[in-house]
Design a protein around this ligand. Structure first.
Ligand code: DAH
Length: 340
């Protein structure tokens, strides 16, 4: 029996040594120490031993059992560590690999200017109006005091679709549309949008560009309201220290008409290359809505008056950011677009 036990121990320890997973070790434990295993069998057979032999074999059996148990436990710890290491190695993230960059994008500079203008004017109680880019001769010209064959049409040669339909040459037709819809009621709108002209494209001209139109109609609106409003907008977009200057001008749909200059933001008015030495930069046209335009749209011009203005969005962007060619806005070169 002693030999049997010793043999058992040798076999068990050998099996424990070669087992390399927790599962295999558990199998070894069941095989040698389980209820149906050889140890149990040996212990059961002890009853047949003599009184002298029993304690000797008993002691040996306990030692063998303890040795198997201890070796097993030690090996389990070893295997656990090996398994953990293998798992970690398999799951390693190589942090030296460069990640994939996403490009979040941003709104186009022209859109940024429009957004800024909309925020400002909505804050002043205006609403945003829209009109069609394919417009009729009626709204684009006639309702704005530009009858057929009026010489001022020459400045805005357009792309005609039919004799009576064209791509709008300015956002001013939205004035006429809004006034007709308002049915004699007060109006306060701005209208940003695309306009088209049959121009040669060069550094300052494009066959397609953007404008923002403004229109206010109410009782006793005066030139002072126009000037005050423009001053607020100029200071917001070009800086608190900017001044404005109104010069007489001509538009068929306003009377009186003005062209508006701002004091040069580069030299502050001393004269430089941006303002061509004058200290002033022209930024928009405007005026008091012509009584005839009001009347055509159903307003009583003896009771109601209004002011209007039109701004070129590209021109504002070019002035504000020193962009030297209008074509940069449309060629979608990321090196340009991503600067703003
Ligand atoms: N529509 C004019 C243009 O494109 C700009 C303009 C001038 C608009 C005076 C106005 C205005 O509303 O009052 O040249």
């Amino acid at each position: 029996m002693k030999e049997q036990l010793e043999q058992l121990q040798v076999e068990a320890l050998e099996e424990i040594k070669v087992a390399s997973t927790q599962k295999a070790l558990n199998d070894v434990r069941i095989k040698y120490l389980g209820k149906k295993g050889p140890m149990t069998e040996v212990l059961r057979g002890m009853g047949k031993l003599s009184a002298e032999e029993r304690p000797v074999v008993g002691e040996l059996a306990n030692k063998v059992r303890a040795s198997i148990q201890e070796t097993l436990e030690a090996r389990i710890e070893e295997v656990k560590a090996i398994e953990l290491e293998a798992k970690l190695a398999a799951e390693t993230i190589d942090v030296t690999l460069p990640g994939r960059t996403t490009f979040p994008g941003n709104s186009h500079l022209l859109q940024q200017i429009i957004d800024e203008m909309e925020d400002l004017f909505v804050g002043l109680g205006y609403t945003i109006a829209e009109g069609p880019e394919v417009e009729t001769d009626l709204y684009n010209f006639e309702m704005l005091n530009l009858p057929k064959d009026h010489p001022a049409r020459d400045m805005q040669d357009s792309f005609y679709i039919t004799d009576e339909t064209l791509l709008r040459t300015h956002t001013s037709p939205v004035q006429a549309r809004t006034m007709l819809e308002a049915n004699g009621q007060p109006i306060r709108i701005i209208c940003p949008g695309k306009v088209y002209r049959r121009d040669e494209d060069d550094a300052t001209h494009s066959h397609q560009f953007m404008q923002i139109e403004g229109l206010v109609v109410d009782e006793s609106i005066s030139m002072a309201d126009l000037k005050g409003t423009l001053e607020v907008f100029v200071k917001q977009l070009f800086g608190e220290s900017r001044e404005i200057r109104l010069r007489p001008s001509f538009f068929p749909f306003t009377e009186p008409s003005v062209e508006v200059d701002i004091s040069c933001f580069k030299c502050g008015g001393k004269g430089c290359n941006v303002c061509k030495g004058t200290g002033w930069i022209e930024i928009l046209g405007g005026g008091m809505v012509h009584p005839h335009v009001l009347e055509m749209a159903g307003y009583d011009s003896t009771k109601m008056s209004g002011f209007a203005f039109g701004i070129g969005v590209e021109r504002m962007a070019m002035l504000k950011h020193g962009v030297d060619d209008i074509r940069h806005f449309y060629t979608n070169d990321l090196r340009f677009i991503e600067q703003f």
